[in-house]
Design a protein around this ligand. Structure first.
Ligand code: GUN
Length: 296
């Protein structure tokens, strides 16, 4: 039987509408506007597209947003000063430095210079630490988006065996930590499989919910799944396709045609996890803004 498709585009749209309505209410009732600043260093084409998309999403949500563009040659200290300026700007509630940064800049140092209360990416070690011990925090956007996708598609992870394939700092490690908390929307038994495993099969086969974030095209196939499993595909890979006008197409880390024959539900690529990342960024920024307002 063919799997149910988990429509990330529609779920992201729903969240963006909720954020927009709440922003309108805050504006009308309390006269304040959430603000998000982006810092974009250099000319990385993918980063430029992402920042443009995020800026547009802010506009649609009714946020105040600023994009600061700095040249690829910018000295690290100038970037640190810019971060400090936004850290001290009361109109800015969220601050995002788009990654990757040029090689001469210490990325970790920049992440750690962001005020943890404005770290809507959830990359600051303080926020990651808070996440691991189960305190309220900014969950990074893609992992938080995966949790929302599961809940809003009727696939509560509580009591389920969740297998995460991939241990990246941006997806694998945080999503595993989110889903194992003794909290609503979590409480799963979590296994993290990675390149250190001699054979992935016993792990993937035993997953009620399989989350794949390895960055390799179509490596998880239908025969590696348990019948009826929920499959969340975080991958975005370009593969050559001479029948496409562009000469390529985008596929996930999961081989969709075979996986959708075995899975109970599956996210498509594109249109699954991808759109959730921006939706959760807006949601985190709204949360940051409301927290500041509540405390003044
Ligand atoms: N580069 C790729 N994804 C992200 C993200 O979610 N946040 C930031 N800051 N940079 C990225």
């Amino acid at each position: 039987m063919a799997a149910k498709i988990i429509d990330g585009k529609a779920i992201a749209e729903q969240i963006r509408n909720e954020v927009r309505r709440e922003t309108e209410r805050l504006k009308a009732e309390r006269g304040f506007v959430p603000g998000l600043a982006f810092i974009l260093v250099g000319e990385n084409p993918a980063s430029q597209v992402y920042v443009r998309m995020k800026g547009k999403a802010c506009e649609e949500a009714g946020f105040h947003s600023i994009t600061e563009r700095l040249p690829a040659t910018v000295p690290e200290q100038v970037l640190l000063d810019k971060v400090a300026q936004f850290n001290n700007d009361p109109k800015i509630h969220g601050l995002l430095v788009q990654l990757p940064l040029p090689r001469h800049i210490n990325e970790q140092k920049i992440i750690e210079s962001i005020d943890p209360e404005k770290d809507v990416d959830g990359f600051h070690p303080i926020n990651i630490g808070r996440l691991v011990i189960g305190l309220d925090t900014f969950k990074s956007c893609t992992p938080a988006g995966i949790q929302e996708l599961l809940m809003r598609s009727g696939n509560d992870p509580s009591g389920k065996h969740v297998v995460v394939v991939g241990r990246s700092t941006i997806v694998g490690k945080p999503v595993a930590n989110i889903l194992l908390q003794k909290q609503a929307g979590a409480n799963a038994v979590v296994t993290v499989a990675h390149t250190g495993a001699t054979d992935l099969l016993p792990y993937t086969k035993s997953a009620d919910i399989l989350i794949v974030a390895v960055g390799k095209a179509e490596v998880i196939t239908g025969e590696m799944l348990k019948e009826g499993a929920v499959v969340i595909d975080v991958g975005i890979n370009r593969v050559e396709d001479l029948s496409a006008k562009s000469g390529y197409r985008i596929v996930g880390d999961v081989h969709f045609p075979s996986a959708s024959e075995v899975a109970g539900a599956i996210t498509p690529v594109p249109g699954g996890v991808g759109p959730m990342t921006i939706a959760m960024l807006l949601s985190n920024t709204l949360k940051a803004a409301k927290k500041v307002r509540a405390s003044v």
